[in-house]
Design a binder for this molecule. Sequence first.
Ligand code: DOR
Length: 446
Amino acid sequence: MKRILIKNAMIINEGRTFPGSVLIEGDKIATVSEGSSVPSLEAEVIDASGKWLLPGCIDDQVHFREPGLTHKADIASESRAAVAGGVTSFMDMPNTKPQTTTLEALDWKFARAAETSRANYSFFFGGTNDNLEAIGRLDRSRVPGLKLFLGSSTGNMLIDNKETLERIFSESGMLIAVHAEKEDIIQRNKAHYVQLYGDDLDISFHSKIRSEEACYACSAEAVALAMKTGARLHILHLSTAKETTLLDGDLPLAEKQITGEVCVHHLWFSDDDYARFGNRIKWNPSIKTAADREALREAVNNNKIDIVATDHAPHLPAEKEGSCLKAASGGPLVQHSLVAMLRMAEQGIFTYEKVVEKMAHRPADLFHIDRRGYIRPGYFADLVLIDPTARWTVSKDNILSKCGWSPFEGYTFHHAVWKTFVNGELAYSDGEVQDNVRGRELRFIV
Ligand code: DOR
């Protein structure tokens, strides 16, 4: 069995930062040693002096666009970007073409990812107004949960039949991840601004249309429905201070019925940035105020929010053009999420341990992922080595996402991913994706 010894690293794991070494045997972590002692075994040695060793990130919300939207992205291209960014596992969303709302569509994605994904993978199953029967036949050890669009976004998957919604909440017995923006409020706001100013509205109207009220009302309704039915609810991409009041930071994760995710863009940008970035920072839900961003950061720190993810949602530059009513919502992030969070940690917004907790440990715990998300003996060797002294600037020639742009273009990060291991295999090293490596399907303990 192949052995790799990563020695002299600064290990950041389970709330601690300490010097040590990790021995990989095959696809698993064999030993984690603290200090300078290393196991005396024959192994390929990687001297990680001056580098940090983290568990690979697990991103619970990406849109890799395959099948059907592969002019924007595909599983191969975006999983390459993922491993370059230190993301070793991803959970992809169902708004592809066809949508992942049938067992056949789901099986197709698993088969495709087995062929082409460089990172470990799983796929949310989309709940619709009429697929309860298929939901009942899902293998729960293979899917992280159901994704419901309670507000419309890319892909037209709005679920608006109240009765079905209540049945999915009460009968599915699965984790329900929601996109929560209230459609009638969005439509009312849109009509209001179009009537006042016409339909050539610029990006500054986006957060007025997809407003705080639209987010809070929908999230609050989803929480109420979860309480009524006993459903396990996970609210995706929280974007407002007010929604964080719906969450409990004191309960241990295992006891939470309601959990929340925030995405890197909502932690990094605020509506002050619309003038400079335009549609490049147009997302659903919209980027809100600096005060909202502050509250979201606080909610990460006080554990009201459990997971930091990306909502990686590539569109071509041409699709991002036009008025705020026309331009596509979403952007690529998976290559830069970890370094962006490390930069915020360097600025004192989070601790480094908190970044690892929210991007690796908690996603693993929340979804009950089998043996990933931690640097522990017996766990899969999904690992990231970080160069904490690097200075590198995002530019077209180092962006790996197929869409070829990034909201971070021109930004100089202070950390670089040096090497990424997926199941003990070197998937990325020194700027190069190792294209022979394939990830595996995530398994969920049920
Ligand atoms: O901005 C977004 N883009 N938000 C979503 O929820 C969907 C995503 C996409 O698929 O483009």
